[in-house]
Design a binder for this molecule. Structure first.
Ligand SMILES: [Zn+2]
Length: 135
């Protein structure tokens, strides 16, 4: 995860789930995002803390759940697939779509992986899908 991607995902999730813009939050500052990343905090975790601290309520779910329901990793994965391209898994090992370095990945579900670039200057993440490669 890098600053650019964190901001892209946070922008999307803030608008979709809370109806607010990134510019209305402290995540607009690179230094704030860098601090979250230094502690390996993913965007959805950072946004949950932000929403709690500033009493923001979800706009995308019914009233009675607004205060209790937290964002999850799957909300973040959905945001990633909405704002950056999903790539086919067509080579082994898969390389970073931004810089060509090796990636490490976690299986999200069968045939779908989240890849993280091993290059410390890049750290891009993307979703790779096996079914897309066959199609
Ligand atoms: Zn990379």
């Amino acid at each position: 995860m890098n600053v650019l991607l964190f901001k892209q995902i946070a922008t999307h999730m803030l608008q979709k789930h809370y109806g607010i813009n990134l510019t209305e939050t402290h995540f607009v500052q690179d230094t704030v995002v860098q601090r979250e990343l230094a502690f390996n905090i993913r965007p959805f975790v950072a946004l949950n803390e932000f929403a709690e601290d500033f009493h923001h309520e979800r706009i995308d779910i019914p009233d009675r759940h607004r205060k209790s329901l937290k964002l999850t990793l799957s909300d973040e994965i959905q945001a990633m697939t909405d704002c950056i391209p999903v790539h086919p898994i067509n080579s082994d090992p898969t390389t970073c779509v931004e810089c060509g370095s090796r990636t490490h990945f976690n299986l999200l579900r069968e045939r779908r992986q989240i890849h993280c670039c091993c290059n410390r200057k890049c750290l891009h993440e993307f979703i790779a899908d096996e079914e897309m490669a066959i199609a």
